[in-house]
Design a protein around this ligand. Sequence first.
Ligand code: SAH
Length: 476
Amino acid sequence: MKHFPIFLAVEGRRIVLSGGGDAALAKLRLLMKTEARLTVFATDPAPDIRDWAAAGRLTLIERAMQPGDALCAALFYGADEDPAEDARTAAIAHADGALVNIVDNLHDSQFITPAIVDRDPVVVAIGTEGAAPVLARAIKKDLEDRLPPVLGTLARIGKAFRARVEALPFGAPRRAFWSDYYFAAGPRALNTGGEGALDDTLATLLTDHLNAAPKPGRVEFVGAGPGDPELLTLKARRALHEADVVIHDRLVSAEILELVRREATLIDAGKEGFGKSMAQGDIDALIVEHGTRGAHVVRLKSGDPTVFGRLDEEIEAVEAAGLAWSIVPGITAASAAVAGIGQSLTRRGRNASVRFITGHDTKGFADHDWATLAQPGEVAAIYMGKRSARFFQGRLLMHGADPATPVTVIENASRPDQRVIATTLSELEPTLTRAALTGPALTLFGLAPRAAAKLNVLPDHGGEHEPEKSIQEAFA
Ligand code: SAH
C-alpha cells in the first residue's frame, strides 16, 4: 500500500483550491459535501463557482494564488489544469503547510482523493493508487446499486441510539441487535412509517433483544485448506465472517486470517510440529471457555480438520460441555500437493487405494504396514514427514521397496512459494536435508511430477502441464 486510507476530520477547517475550470468544478462538487471552509482562487471562475460563492457555500477570491494564501489549510487542491501554474501553486501551498493534491498528477500529489460512495454518515472510499480508475468507477457503481439510499438515514438515527445499546452484552448480542435494525426492522419501519418511526422501532427492538434468551454458544471446526485463500470453501468463508472467536493453528496462512471479521478475537494456538505450542488440553479448555460464554467459536485448522487434526479430542471436550458443534471440511494438503504436480492420487491399473500416513505419532516416528507399502504401484501421502524421512526411507527399503520408486516432496503446496522436490526413494535422504525446507511439506510416495514421469517413459514427448522449475532442476 503506497497510500494509507484515512478519514480526515475537516469540519470547520480550511480547504483551499486553485482553479476555475472543469477540474475545479468536479473537485468542488465533492468538497461541498463536507463541512470544511472552502476558499477558491481563480482569475476566471466558471459561473457555477460564482453562484456557489454568492450562496455562501465557498469563498471566492478572483486572483491568482500568492504566498500565504494556504496558511492554516488542511488540504490544498491544484486544479488549474496547467502544469506550470499547478507547480507554482503547489509550491506555495506546500510552504504554507497544507497537504497538496494536484489534479491528475499522482506523482506530485501528497494525497489522492478516492472514488466515493456517499450514504453519509456511511462513506465508502475506493482507491486504486491511480492504477485503475476504470476499476474504481466499476466498483463504485456496483456499491451504489447495492447499498440502499436509506442506509444513510438508518445509520444517522442509529448512531444517536448507540449508547443505549450498551445495555446489551458486548459482542454477538449487540451485533444481532444492529443487524436486526439495519437489515430487517429499520428498513421495514422506514417503509411504513418513514423516518419518524425509527426512534420507536429502535426502542422496541432493544426491549425485545434485552428480553430474549441469551443465544447458546457453538463451535465450528473449520478446514482452512492448504493456504491459498481461493481453496477455502464458501462455508469456511462464511464462518470466518461470522465468528466471534477464531482459534487457529500456526499453519493457517496470513491471507486466510485476513478474511476473519475485524471485530473477532483471533487466537493463535500454534500447534505446528516441534515449535512452541499450546498444550492440547489448554486448547480444548479455550474452545469450551469461549463457547460457554455464548460465542460463535471457529476452530480453524489447516487443510481438512479431520486429517491429522486432533479433532476428536476437541469434539469430546466440546460435547462434554454441552455445546453444539459441526465440521466444515477443507482441502487437505495431499489434495493440494498432488494437484501441484499434475498427478492423481489414484489411477486405474496403478493403485486402487491411497494412504494418508503421518511421519509422527505420539510415541515418535510412526510405524506403518511397510511390507504392503513397499509393493509396486502403492501411493502414500506422508504428513509431517520431514524429520522422519530417513526413518521411512530405511523401513521401506528394508521391506523390499524398489529404490527407484519416485518420491515427491511438495513444500508450501498451493501457496505462492510452493516448491517441488522430485527424487527417488533411495535418494530421498540426503536430498531432503539438502533442500533445507522451511515451510510445511507433504511427501508423496510413489508419485513423480507428471512432466518428470513422462520424461522417464517418453523422452521425446513434452507434457501439457508446465514443469515446475525445481523439477527441471531436480532432473537436470
Ligand atoms: N489437517 C491438515 C494436516 C495437519 S498435519 C491437512 O488436512 O492438510 C500438518 C502437516 O500437513 C504438515 O506437517 C504437512 O505435512 C502438511 N501440510 C499442511 N499444509 C501444507 C501445505 N500447504 N503444503 C504441504 N504440506 C502441508
